[in-house]
Design a protein around this ligand. Structure first.
Ligand code: ADP
Ligand code: MG
Length: 728
C-alpha cells in the first residue's frame, strides 16, 4: 500500500489555518529590525552617523576609526533587540544567500567574558569559502575570498542574528558573488545618466536605478510535497497526469485567497515589515495554489537584497504553516509556471522619474531621451538580456505560451508608437524655428503626462513599457534579480555614454543647438531600433517567423542562450565599463553552464529512480492483481473467460508495453549520461544534456503518466496532481 501518499493526504486535510496576530499597524512595525536611519540616530555618534550617511548617499569610503564607532553602535542596537550573533550576509554564485554566524561573545581571561564586535568584524571577514562556485577564479588567482560590508544596504536582524549585507570577492578583487557586479553596474548607470541629465537640469547629481519585483510562487502542503521525491530533490514534479480540473475555469486568479494561504501570507508579511521589506500587493495567480507577492519598488541594490531575503524567509515561514513554497518556474506540467517581473526605472536625486512623461515639452524631451535610449540599448543587446535570464528551470517557461517567448522584444503601446513615428520625420540637420516649435508642442508636448492607466498592456511581451517604467517579464521566479539588473543597467549605461558622445559631437563639430542635436540623434535611434519594437502577440508562430526575418535571436535553451556571455563584444562591454573583467565574465559563463548540466543530471537521475523504483513495481503489482483475476475467471468459467476478461487482458498487455518502454528509455538515458559525463568540454556536455538527455524526460513521463491513469488509485504511490494542487 502506498502509505506515504495516503498518510500525507490525510494529514493535509486535517490542517487548519494558524492564528496570526497583527497587533500594531504596519507603519509602526515597519523596519523595526533594520539598522535604519532612526536606529542609527539613536545608537551612533555624530561622526559615525555622518560617515555612514555620506557613504550611502555619495559613495564615500568609511575609515577604520569611524567603522569602529559604527560597529559599537550597531552591536548595542542588535543586543538590545535580543541578537546574540552576527554574520556577513552575501549572495554567492549559487543564487542563494550565505551566512556564517559568530557570537558577539568573547572571553577575556579569568573566566570573564564580554560582548564584542569591532570595526574589523564589521568591515571585512574571511569565510572559508572554498565550496562556493567560482568558475576557476580562485584556482587561477588566490585561494582565499573575503566578504566586505556594503553600507548601502542596511544591516538587519533575523531571528537572533545581526545580518550585515556584504559583497564577496577574491583577494585579487574578482567578484565571487552577484552583488559586486550589480553595484558596479549601478555606479556606471548613475554617472552615465547624470551626464545626460545635465542637458536638461544642471542640478541633477545622482541617478538611482529602481527595481520593483513581483514574486510568483506555489504553496503546497508540506506533507504532500514531502511525499514526492521529485519535488524534494528537484523542486518540480517530473511526472504526474493532469487532473480532470486544472486552471481552465480561470477561477483561481484574483479569487478569494484560501484561509491557510492567507494566514501564511499575513505571517510572512509581518516578518517582511520587521525586516523593512515594503511588501504591498498579494493575490492569487492563474494556477491553483499559485500566488504573487509584490513590494513597493526600491533602489535596485536594496530591492535585490530584499528579494533574496524574501525568498529565504518565505521557506522558513512556510514551515510554520506546514507548507512548502515551490519557487520553480515550472513545477507542474500543463499548469502555468511562475515568473518574477522586474519593473525598472531611473530616477534623479531631484525626485524625477526619468521614464515618466512630464507636463512640459522639455521634461518630455528628457523622458524621450531615456525612453529611446533604453529601447536602443535593448535592440543592440537583446541577446545579452536573454542570457541574463537563462536557466534550466526558466527554459520550461519561456516560450511555453504562458510566459514571454525566448525572443526579446519591446512593447511600448499605441500612443508612444505614434510619438516615435512623428519624431522620426524630423528633417535631418538643423531644425527651422517653426519645425522646432511644432515638434516641441505637437509631438513632444503631446505625450500625456500619465499613461499609467494605459490599458493596452501586452502580457505576451518580455520587455514592456508600462507608463513610467519598463517591465522585464521574462525573469524566472527562482532568479536572483542581480543578474538581469546588472545586464540591463550596464547596457543602458553604455548606450547613454554613446548618446552623449554623439550629441556632443553635433554640438561641437556641427555647431548645432543642444535640442537640435538631441532630436537628431534620437531620430536616428528610432530608425535603427525598429527591429526590437513589437506590439503583436508574442506567443504566435508568426512572430517567431517575423523575428527571424528581423534578425532577432531566438535562443530557446540555456546552453544556446549563454554563449553570448563570452562573445568578445560582450566581454569587452562589461570590461570597458568596469562591471566585470574578462576573468569574471568567463567564470560566470562557466558556472552557469556547469549549473545547467548538474541540474539536468539530477533531474535525470531522480526521474530514472522514480520510474524504475516507484512506477514500474506498482505497475507490476497491479498487473499481478489482474492476472490473478483472470486466472480466477478462467478456473470458474473455463473457455468463456476470454470474453469476460477482455478488458483485463488488454490492460495486462498495455502495462507490459509501458513497463518495457520505461525500462528501455531509462537505460538509454543512463547510457547517454555515462557517455556525456566522460566529456570534458563544457559546451559538449551542456548541449548533450540539453538535446539528448532532456528530451527523454518527456518520453519516460508519457509512459508513467499513462500507467497512472490505468492503475488502481489505491496502489499509486505518488501524490497526484489533484491532491497537490487542490488541497487548500
Ligand atoms: P502590475 O500590473 O504589473 O502588477 P503594478 O503597478 O502593480 O503592476 O506594479 C508592479 C511593480 O512595479 C511593483 O513592485 C511596483 O512597486 C513596481 N513599480 C511601480 N512603479 C515603478 C517604477 N517607477 N520603477 C520601478 N518599479 C516600479
Ligand atoms: Mg507586472
Amino acid at each position: 500500500m502506498s502509505t506515504l501518499r495516503f498518510h500525507a493526504v490525510k494529514a493535509s486535510l486535517k490542517r487548519r489555518p494558524k492564528k496570526i496576530k497583527e497587533e500594531k499597524r504596519r507603519s509602526e512595525v515597519f523596519g523595526q529590525n533594520v539598522f535604519n536611519e532612526t536606529a542609527m540616530r539613536q545608537y551612533l555618534t555624530k561622526t559615525a552617523l555622518t560617515g555612514i550617511l555620506e557613504a550611502v548617499q555619495k559613495g564615500t569610503k568609511i575609515n577604520r576609526l569611524i567603522a569602529d564607532h559604527i560597529s559599537t553602535g550597531m552591536k548595542e542596537w542588535a543586543i538590545s533587540k535580543g541578537a546574540t550573533h552576527y554574520t556577513h550576509w552575501f549572495q554567492p554564485l549559487t543564487g542563494a544567500t550565505a551566512e556564517k554566524h559568530d557570537a558577539f561573545f568573547e572571553t577575556i581571561g579569568d573566566g570573564l567574558a564580554i560582548e564584542k564586535f569591532g570595526g574589523d568584524q564589521l568591515v571585512q571577514q574571511e569565510p572559508d569559502a572554498s565550496s562556493f562556485p567560482n568558475g576557476g577564479i580562485r584556482n587561477t588567482f588566490e585561494a582565499r575570498g573575503y566578504t566586505a560590508w556594503d553600507p548601502t544596504s542596511p544591516a538587519f536582524i533575523y531571528g537572533t542574528t545581526l545580518c550585515i549585507p556584504t559583497v564577496f570577492v577574491s583577494y585579487t578583487g574578482e567578484a565571487l558573488d552577484n552583488k559586486t557586479p550589480l553595484l558596479r553596474a549601478l555606479q556606471v548607470v548613475d554617472s552615465a545618466a547624470v551626464a545626460v541629465c545635465k542637458y536638461f537640469d544642471k542640478n541633477v547629481k545622482k541617478v538611482n536605478a529602481s527595481l520593483g519585483w513581483e514574486q510568483e510562487y506555489f504553496l503546497i502542503d508540506n506533507d504532500l510535497a514531502a511525499s514526492r521525491p521529485d519535488i524534494v530533490l528537484t523542486g518540480r514534479t517530473l511526472l504526474g497526469h493532469s487532473p480532470a480540473k486544472g486552471q481552465q475555469l480561470d477561477d483561481h486568479y484574483f479569487g478569494t485567497i484560501p484561509n491557510r494561504a492567507m494566514a501564511y501570507m499575513r505571517d510572512l508579511e509581518n516578518e517582511c515589515m520587521l525586516l523593512g521589506i515594503p511588501v504591498k500587493t498579494r493575490h492569487n495567480e492563474v494556477a491553483p495554489n499559485q500566488f504573487e507577492l509584490a513590494p513597493i519598488y526600491e533602489e535596485a541594490n536594496l530591492a535585490v537584497d530584499h528579494n533574496s531575503l524574501l525568498m529565504d524567509i518565505m521557506q522558513k515561514i512556510a514551515k510554520r504553516h506546514n507548507f512548502t513554497v515551490m519557487m520553480h518556474e515550472k513545477p507542474f506540467a500543463g499548469v502555468n509556471g511562475s515568473g518574477k517581473h522586474n519593473n525598472w526605472s531611473l530616477s534623479t536625486n531631484t525626485g524625477v522619474n526619468l521614464l515618466s512623461p512630464g507636463t512640459t515639452p522639455m521634461s518630455n524631451l528628457q523622458f524621450l531621451t531615456f525612453f529611446i535610449n533604453t529601447i536602443k540599448a535593448v535592440q543592440i543587446h537583446e541577446e545579452l538580456l536573454r542570457a541574463a535570464i537563462a536557466s534550466a528551470s526558466n527554459d520550461h517557461r519561456l516560450g511555453a505560451n504562458e510566459a514571454p517567448p525566448a525572443i526579446i522584444s519591446v512593447f511600448i503601446g499605441q500612443q508612444l508608437t505614434k510619438v516615435l513615428n512623428e519624431l522620426e520625420t524630423v528633417t535631418k540637420g538643423k531644425l527651422s524655428p517653426k519645425e522646432k516649435t511644432d515638434l516641441k508642442l505637437n509631438v513632444v508636448g503631446k505625450i500625456p503626462e500619465v499613461i499609467l492607466d494605459n490599458t493596452d498592456r501586452n502580457r505576451t511581451s518580455p520587455f514592456a513599457f508600462t507608463g513610467n517604467k519598463f517591465e522585464f517579464r521574462a525573469v524566472g521566479s527562482t532568479a536572483n534579480c542581480a543578474n538581469p539588473m546588472t545586464v540591463l543597467n550596464t547596457i543602458v549605461a553604455n548606450q547613454l555614454i554613446e548618446f552623449k558622445k554623439e550629441v556632443d559631437a553635433l554640438i561641437d563639430e556641427k555647431a548645432m543647438k543642444k535640442d537640435d542635436a538631441i532630436f537628431n540623434v534620437l531620430r536616428e535611434y528610432i530608425k535603427t531600433s525598429k527591429a526590437i519594437l513589437f506590439e503583436g502577440n508574442g506567443y504566435s508562430d508568426e512572430w517567431e517567423k517575423e523575428a527571424k526575418k528581423r534578425g532577432l535571436s531566438n535562443n530557446k535553451t540555456t546552453p544556446e542562450a549563454l554563449k553570448i556571455k563570452i562573445a568578445p563584444s560582450s566581454i569587452e562591454l562589461f570590461d570597458k565599463l568596469g562591471v566585470m573583467n574578462k576573468v569574471e565574465s568567463e567564470a560566470r559563463y562557466e558556472i552557469e553552464m556547469e549549473e545547467y548540466i548538474l541540474h539536468i543530471q539530477i533531474e535525470s537521475r531522480v526521474l530514472g529512480d522514480i520510474a524504475r523504483n516507484h512506477v514500474v513495481p506498482t505497475a507490476v503489482r497491479y498487473q499481478n492483481i489482474l492476472i490473478e483475476n483472470v486466472t480466477g475467471l478462467k478456473s470458474i468459467f473455463g473457455d468463456k473467460f476470454k470474453d469476460l476478461a477482455k478488458e483485463q487482458l488488454s490492460l495486462i498487455e498495455q502495462i507490459s508495453q509501458h513497463i518495457e518502454a520505461i525500462n528501455s528509455l531509462v537505460t538509454k538515458m543512463t547510457d547517454v549520461r555515462k557517455t556525456l559525463n566522460k566529456k570534458t568540454e563544457i559546451e559538449v556536455k551542456a548541449t548533450g544534456y540539453c538535446n539528448k538527455v532532456k528530451p527523454l524526460f518527456e518520453d519516460i513521463r508519457y509512459h508513467c503518466d499513462k500507467l497512472e491513469l490505468m492503475i488502481d488509485d489505491e496502489l499509486w504511490p505518488l501524490t497526484k496532481y489533484r491532491e497537490l494542487l487542490f488541497t487548500k
